[in-house]
Ligand binder design. Structure first.
Ligand code: GSH
Length: 230
């Protein structure tokens, strides 16, 4: 029998990440893939012009989305982090998940919901209510105080090395910094958070994670892989 070589056959053999470079949730997913040392196809999509294949795969149409070899789909960034590091976690990033004194899901959901709510209203205040910009910055800062309290002498939120906490939370803190870098540098008072963000964004892992990829529209595009290690 003649072997079929459809695009489905091709993607069936490799993990595929639908991603958007600047999205903090996609950064979280790519960082976890980097640390897993697993290679995947990456499809950089435009959020303003989402490819039909992406929407049919995941009708909620948010990035990141991971298409697995068995053609099942993971549509939430934290689930991608847990799944990929569940396959391979040589740096032990998931260790806090197995510590009964830790509540990773609680912290991450605090950032994904409450912090993101205030972040959007601070960062994009002109789309919401400009008069409330500072109030939202203050509310987001209150949440960041919890992280500042959690960061130990070592500069990390758990133990003495990077973990799922930094991976999931710091991409959102970076958005907060980007909203007004000067204010963050001069007035943001939680020094441990500041330092932790700096270490994170200056890391090799982050640099590789932020490499630019050509936009993917459909299967006619060339296959690109993540990560590209120098
Ligand atoms: N809860 C989702 C949130 C993902 C999310 O909101 N991604 C944004 C980009 S940062 C998105 O795709 N928005 C859809 C759009 O802009 O159309 C996750 O953690 O994966």
């Amino acid at each position: 029998m003649k072997e079929k070589h459809s695009s489905q056959d091709r993607i069936n053999r490799e993990l595929v990440l639908y991603s958007f470079r600047r999205c903090p949730f996609a950064i979280r997913a790519r960082m976890s893939i980097y640390y897993s040392t697993i290679k995947c196809q990456i499809r950089e999509i435009s959020l303003k012009n989402k490819p039909a294949e992406f929407i049919s795969l995941s009708p909620k149409a948010t990035v990141p989305v991971l298409l697995k070899e068995d053609l099942s789909v993971i549509e939430e960034s934290l689930d991608i982090v847990k799944w990929i590091l569940g396959q391979s976690d040589p740096s032990g990033l998931l260790i806090p998940l197995h510590d009964e004194n830790e509540d990773v899901d609680y912290f991450v959901s605090l950032f994904d919901n409450k912090f993101k709510f205030h972040l959007d209203r601070y960062k994009y205040s002109s789309r919401y209510d400009v008069t409330q910009k500072q109030k939202h910055r203050d509310s987001a800062s209150e949440i960041l105080k919890l992280i500042d309290d959690k960061i130990t002498e070592s500069g990390f939120m758990y133990g003495n090395k990077i973990s799922v906490y930094e991976l999931c939370i710091l991409p959102l803190v970076r958005q907060f910094m980007i909203a007004d870098p000067r204010w963050f540098e001069e007035h943001f008072k939680f020094e441990k958070v500041k330092k932790s963000l700096q270490v994170f964004t200056e890391s090799q892992a982050f640099k590789v994670t932020m490499k630019k990829y050509d936009e993917w529209i459909d299967d006619k595009n060339k296959i690109q892989y993540f990560p590209i290690l120098e």
